[in-house]
Design a protein. Structure first.
Length: 157
């Protein structure tokens, strides 16, 4: 778990150095989610949650952006809950679906957090763009996680 948390933090840090693909708040690749999806299928829900929580907390501390903790935590927990339910019905060939739907769930959580913070529904105007970018990024991260699951030989679904 410690190694996977470290890898997730490295991915988070590397991604923070990449300029955003579009100038819309909340849009990013979500590379660290590769580790969360992998952990959910390879290690189980509890370990994936531990890695997610450690990554979100430490990532916020390392970046010095503690306000992002609220957004990342709300999005990450909603994503984790969705993956928890999908884990029971998906096959090894469908792990990528968790990346896509998890990214959309993360966007829902982020948007709800932003509405709570700013106390206005106006921030929901970003939601369609967040969902579109989430689908694209989630497809990439989900396929990466599926590749790692298939090639790590640590599990037998």
């Amino acid at each position: 778990m410690a190694l996977l948390t470290a890898v997730a933090l490295i991915l988070f840090t590397v991604e923070a150095q990449i300029p955003p693909p579009v100038p819309i708040p909340g849009v990013k690749l979500g590379l660290a989610n590769i580790i969360t999806v992998y952990a959910m299928f390879a290690l189980g829900a509890a370990d994936a949650l531990g890695i997610l929580l450690a990554r979100v907390l430490l990532g916020s501390m390392f970046s010095g952006a503690m306000m992002t903790l609220f957004y990342s935590l709300s999005g990450g927990l909603l994503c984790w809950l969705l993956m928890l339910s999908l884990r029971r019905v998906l096959t090894k060939q469908q792990i990528w679906v968790c990346g896509v739907l998890g990214a959309v769930a993360h966007n829902v959580g982020q948007t709800l957090a932003a509405i709570a913070v700013f106390q206005t529904l106006a921030v929901a105007a970003y939601f369609p763009l967040l969902v579109l970018s989430g689908i694209i990024a989630g497809l990439f991260t989900g396929l990466c996680a599926q590749f790692v699951v298939h090639h790590a030989h640590l599990m037998d679904l």
